[in-house]
Design a protein around this ligand. Structure first.
Ligand code: NAD
Ligand code: ZN
Length: 382
């Protein structure tokens, strides 16, 4: 089959002869992919910021597909069902899944790592191949995948596998109270969705900060937010303070995560040493822009094992910090309702549709933020 193939940082090619996946466990299903996306999280893998990302692996944790085959214990899905597959791999039965923390499942990956199983997200997240391919093996097929609701556009469906629940959960973790001022760092798909969802929780003011003008423009239209360019500010923290009468924002959302362009180096005895792979600039700004007693919601992914963090400011201001992988399955029922009733239209963020064979160009373009890209969808050949 055709599949995206990781060859090392910044190098991706198309493998035309990857063996098709097989049922390995009675609860598995094999899904023929109909749509998959490239996510900002994939860029962390692409930039080499996530440990144990192995050569030859196939990324892709956002996909829809048609069930091709099911294991002997799968009862809810049938061959031919058109499904959307949440990015979390979850067993549905462990203590964390019982609390609906499907993004933290205790069974889908070794408890020796922090991360539960995720499709196409390195061996740190279980070593599962992902959906930027013609076929995927889906473990625990009865738990997270659901049939795409009748009448739902496939592009809305594929954005229910990650972007929509993730943006929504970013806003939810912010504990937004009626009238709150919410600041969102990052105007990528996740920040745009978080800003849009902040209104559903009663925000009184939503401010998005990025440096890409085309995305700020998008944030004004899609997220109905005020949007500002940090390159035009002396200091985004002072900007947020000034615009909130020096209080700081009630809620701040970090929808950036580690950024490959901002690694920190130090020269020791003439040798340049890597201090920190991927910057945490947005996180630093976020901690310092939230008001005393406010809430910081960190939805951005920090791939490297450790990051510089302003814990002193957080402690002295008495802020609450909430962070997690989105729990997609938990949020699906209410988000399906928001989409079917027209309150959310996730597919509006899709700017690029390309054949799966052009996946390498898709990564280059998304990494460089060329061609006004917000979200790219990959379409397999049949
Ligand atoms: P993206 O790359 O499209 O967007 C990131 C945006 O941040 C870009 O527009 C970039 O210009 C902007 N940015 C960079 N540095 C900044 C700074 N210092 N201040 C403000 N903006 C800055 O990515 P995306 O798809 O929107 O994903 C955003 C983050 O969310 C990533 O870290 C991704 O891994 C994470 N994510 C988390 C989950 C989860 O479940 N927790 C799920 C999906 C994605
Ligand atoms: Zn994603």
């Amino acid at each position: 089959m055709i599949a995206m193939n990781f060859r090392g940082p910044y190098r991706i090619r198309v493998d035309r002869n990857k063996p098709e996946p097989e049922i390995l466990h009675p609860q598995d299903a094999i899904v023929r992919v109909t749509r998959s996306c490239i996510c900002g999280s994939d860029l962390h893998l692409y930039h080499g910021l996530v440990p144990d990302t192995r050569i030859g692996s196939t990324f892709g944790h956002e996909f829809t597909g048609i069930v091709e085959e099911v294991g002997s214990e799968v009862t809810k899905l049938k061959v031919g069902d058109h499904v959307l597959v949440p990015f979390n791999i979850a067993c549905g039965a462990c203590p964390l899944c019982k609390q609906e923390m499907y993004g933290n499942c205790a069974e889908s990956n070794s408890m020796a790592t922090a991360v539960a199983g995720i499709f196409g997200y390195s061996h740190t997240a279980g070593g599962f191949d992902g959906g930027q391919a013609e076929y995927v093996r889906v473990p625990y097929a009865d738990i997270s995948p659901i049939k795409i609701p009748d009448g739902m556009d496939i592009e809305d469906a594929v954005l229910l596998t990650d972007v929509t629940p993730t943006g929504y959960q970013a806003a939810e973790m912010g504990g937004i109270q009626k009238g709150d001022t919410v600041v969102v760092y990052g105007a990528g798909p996740i920040g745009l969705m978080a800003a849009r969802c902040a209104w559903l929780f009663g925000a009184g003011r939503v401010i998005v900060i990025d440096h890409l003008e085309y995305r700020l423009e998008f944030a004004r239209k899609f997220s109905f937010a005020e949007a500002y360019n940090f390159k035009e500010m002396d200091d985004p923290v002072v900007f947020v303070k000034r615009t909130t009468d020096w209080w700081g924002a009630d809620v701040v959302i970090d929808a950036v995560g580690c950024d490959a362009s901002g690694s920190a180096f130090q020269t020791v005895l003439g040798k340049k040493l890597l201090l920190q792979a991927g910057s945490a600039t947005a996180l630093h700004w976020a901690v310092n822009s939230v008001k005393r007693g406010g809430i910081l919601s960190i939805i951005g992914v920090y791939g490297p094992p450790w990051n510089l963090f302003s814990i002193g400011s957080a402690m002295n201001k008495g802020i609450t910090i909430r962070t997690n992988q989105a729990s997609v399955k938990r949020l699906l029922p209410r988000l399906i309702d928001h989409i079917m009733t027209g309150r959310l239209s996730p597919k509006d963020i899709i700017t690029h549709r390309m054949p799966l064979e052009e996946v390498s160009e898709g990564y280059h373009m998304f990494s460089a933020k060329r061609d006004n890209i917000i979200k790219a969808v990959l379409i397999p050949p049949k």
